[in-house]
Design a binder for this molecule. Structure first.
Ligand code: HEM
Length: 307
């Protein structure tokens, strides 16, 4: 996977192989009693929990345009009382483009840059799209929804199904999303055409001058038969939902110098009370993030050793 990402975007030393362009942020999270009834995680105990976050744009190009019709991401590390960590690593589309890791791999193989022209072969991408109908829903979402105007106006979706475990070992299948208190706002076509190459970091910094930015964590409760191992399929919209907590971000800092730089936002890193399902994409992410993390940290340390 990481070789394929490098083939598509080049090898950028010391940087993430995916979601390469990013912005660090810090703040806190407070969970609700309603969520604590479903999960014994310290996340929902009602304490103020320290959070280190990182916003990003998808893809492995560190100088990608913020106007690209690509997913926006957020990685969150919740530092629970007693030292346990909970990660959530989400994007702004409600669904993913790959039902299995092979769809993900084939996409980045199709985007590989030709060594002579330095460009991807559009024919290969068209063939990929035909061979992998699971990518269609996310592609349609990105085509029909302009990119968000600011991270502060972006909803972030956990996409996978997780299990909440309560104090009696009762398990509930859930999906979650973070809804911005500032409201969701996408760029109009005219704004999109006028936007500078980089605007997301600045828009967030300017918004923070008015005060903290908040998202409400909404948890959807699954019912028997709702798919739990396919992140490309949405659950029916009438499912019961609860408000599980509020995320408050109070400051931001440039990616490379932020506390988020060293963090591997592996979504399989969960504290007691939240567990994974058998979603093949969720489990696959773990090894892939570890390899990207070790490549970038090794590159940074070998660079400073030779400086
Ligand atoms: C097979 C599927 C996937 C693969 C192979 C993959 C691969 C990667 C890799 C290699 C990184 C860089 C990790 C690092 O250097 O720390 C990354 C980052 C990221 N991915 Fe994935 N990913 C997959 C699925 C997903 C899904 C389903 C989501 C959203 C639900 C997602 C959201 C993100 C986000 C937000 C980041 C940036 C996290 C940060 O700021 O460190 N990815 N991905």
């Amino acid at each position: 996977m990481n070789d394929a990402l490098e083939g598509a975007y080049g090898r950028h030393e010391g940087k993430r192989r995916n979601h390469t362009k990013g912005l660090g942020a810090v703040g806190y999270f407070v969970g609700t009693k309603e969520a604590a009834d479903l999960s014994r995680s310290g996340l929902f105990a009602g304490d103020r929990i320290e959070v280190i976050g990182r916003f990003s744009t998808a893809g492995g190009d560190p100088s990608a345009s913020d106007s690209e019709r690509s997913p926006r991401g957020i990685g969150l590390e919740f530092r629970l009382k007693g030292g346990a960590l909970q990660h959530m690593t989400m994007i702004h589309t409600p669904m993913f483009f790959a039902r299995t890791p092979s769809t993900f791999l084939d996409k980045f193989l199709a985007l590989a840059k030709d060594v002579h022209t330095g460009k991807a072969d559009p024919g290969k991408l068209a063939a990929f799209m035909k061979q992998h109908p699971d990518q269609a829903a996310q592609f349609h979402f990105l085509e029909t929804n302009n990119p968000p105007a600011s991270y502060a106006n972006t909803a972030f979706y956990g996409i996978h199904t997780f299990r909440f475990i309560d104090h009696n070992e009762r398990s509930t299948n859930v999906r979650w999303r973070f809804m911005p208190e500032d409201g969701e706002k996408t760029l109009t076509d005219a704004q999109l055409a006028r936007k500078p190459h980089d605007f997301l970091d600045e828009a967030f910094r300017v918004r923070l001058e008015q005060g903290p930015v908040r998202w409400h964590m909404i948890v959807t409760i699954g019912e028997p038969g709702d798919p739990e191992d396919d992140p490309t399929i949405l659950w029916p919209s009438e499912r019961r939902e609860i408000r599980a907590g509020t995320l408050t971000l109070t400051s931001s800092s440039p990616d490379q110098i932020s506390g988020a730089y060293n963090i591997n936002f592996d979504p399989m890193l969960m504290a007691d009370g939240i567990e994974p399902t058998n979603d093949p994409i969720l489990s696959f992410r773990s090894s892939s993030y570890a390899i990207s993390h070790s490549r970038r940290l090794t590159e940074v340390s070998s660079k400073s050793a030779t400086d």
